[in-house]
Write a protein that binds this ligand. Structure first.
Ligand SMILES: Cc1ncc(COP(=O)(O)O)c(C=O)c1O
Length: 396
């Protein structure tokens, strides 16, 4: 069988065949130029066929010393990583790489709206529930939202409100963006997700799952896989390159192939983040993800036995603190003095091995036993956004 070229492989998995428009094959002398780079050093770019060229596009101006990380042409690793993601995420036929979760969510909304505009020819609004990044379309309805432009986006309090709107005004919405699981994985919550999936399918409303947090933090790589509820478009980010900036917007070809939308970023295919995502995939084997999950259960369960007044609530690898604000602040303060950094969001990583967790729990127990004798020596932590915890508690 004839081997596909890099450009043919790229067209199969990368939406619009580009993460960066100006790097795409049709921006050069197509048919003569090699379409993909495999390496770069000093003034030279090494192409996928081994040819070396002196590069005067300098990674679209991003290379000022030499070309070692962000090549002028798409790099072959972008294609290989995209293929890997498509293999592991059944809801993704095609994707685009970006740098941040905010970009991925903004891109998802743009693609959903482009798809609907092409289909229906009209602009309706979208709705969501949680935090989906700092871009206009999500923040205009938040406080502080100063300086934003209002967009056709409505923030709903919870999934019940989303369901009611989908039932009452199905033709008013083009897309729904939600985190499939923020904190609750109760049967009740999952039932609501399934209902939203059904309603969106019925009314051809694009369902976007923001898995910027849950992606790569859940067995089977994401909540949609774990719960077997697939969105139309998914957003990934945060952990996917283990702290290096990389994000993904991906979905079924039907959406990702919508003609006419524009999403492109100079650094989208930059090599270091892509390589670190390979490393993340390699490390997060099925059993590593299971270990991470079980360690999270272990820590939360044992922590929550210590003192009724302070607990962790959420899914095994991501939680928030519940309890008295003063006790929480005093607990963080004392743990900090002992060499532990806690903050509003609680997350776990593979480096938190069982011995680390057990030691932390021992110190936490000692600190909490003495918490009533402790004074707060600094300021109470401030809120950026008011999250709707009460509603989430009801969801359990
Ligand atoms: C669920 C969710 N979506 C999107 C974002 C935005 O991601 P970023 O901060 O990488 O832009 C965040 C950030 O915390 C998030 O929690």
């Amino acid at each position: 069988m004839k081997q596909l070229t890099w450009n043919q492989r790229s067209k199969k998995v990368i939406a619009q065949n580009c993460n960066t428009y100006s790097k795409r094959s049709d921006q050069f002398v197509e048919g003569v130029y090699n379409t993909h780079a495999s390496n770069g050093y000093s003034e030279c770019l090494q192409l996928s066929d081994g040819k070396e060229v002196v590069d005067y596009v300098c990674g679209l101006g991003s290379n000022i010393i030499s070309c070692s990380n962000n090549y002028t042409l798409p790099n072959v690793k972008e294609v290989i990583l995209a293929e890997k993601i498509v293999e592991k995420f059944p809801c993704i036929d095609k994707l685009k790489f970006l740098k941040t979760g905010s970009e991925a969510c903004q891109a998802a909304v743009r693609i959903a709206r482009a798809y609907q505009e092409n289909n229906i020819g009209e602009q309706f609004s979208g709705m969501g529930t949680g935090y989906h990044g700092w871009h206009n379309c999500f923040i205009a309805s938040e406080k502080p939202g100063t300086g934003t432009v209002v967009e056709l986006y409505y923030k709903k309090k919870n999934l019940n409100e989303v369901i009611n709107c989908l039932k009452t005004y199905p033709h008013s919405y083009q897309y729904v963006i939600i985190e499939p699981v923020e904190l609750s994985m109760s049967g009740f919550h999952i039932g609501k997700l399934r209902q939203i999936r059904k309603l969106c399918t019925k009314h051809d409303i694009v369902l976007i799952f923001d898995e910027v947090i849950t992606g790569f933090r859940t067995p089977h790589y994401c909540m949609s896989n774990y719960l077997n509820i697939q969105p139309d478009i998914i957003c990934l980010g945060k952990a996917m390159a283990n702290g290096f900036p990389l994000a993904v917007v991906g979905g079924k070809a039907k959406y990702m192939d919508t003609p006419g939308y524009f999403i492109s970023s100079t650094f989208a295919g930059e090599v270091t983040a892509i390589e670190n995502s390979f490393h993340t995939f390699k490390t997060l084997t099925k059993s590593a993800l299971r270990t991470l999950w079980n360690n999270g259960i272990f820590f939360q369960k044992n922590f929550n036995k210590i003192d009724d007044r302070l607990s962790l609530y959420g899914v095994p690898t991501r939680a928030i603190w519940e309890g008295d604000e003063l006790i929480k602040a005093k607990f963080w303060q004392e743990m900090y003095k002992e060499g532990y950094l806690f903050g509003k969001a609680w997350f776990i990583m593979l480096a938190h091995t069982r011995p680390v967790l057990i030691k932390t729990l021992k110190v936490a127990e000692r600190v909490l036993k003495n918490i009533d004798n402790v004074e707060l020596e600094g300021e109470l932590p401030k809120e950026v956004f008011k999250r709707n915890h009460i509603e989430k508690r009801k969801d359990r």
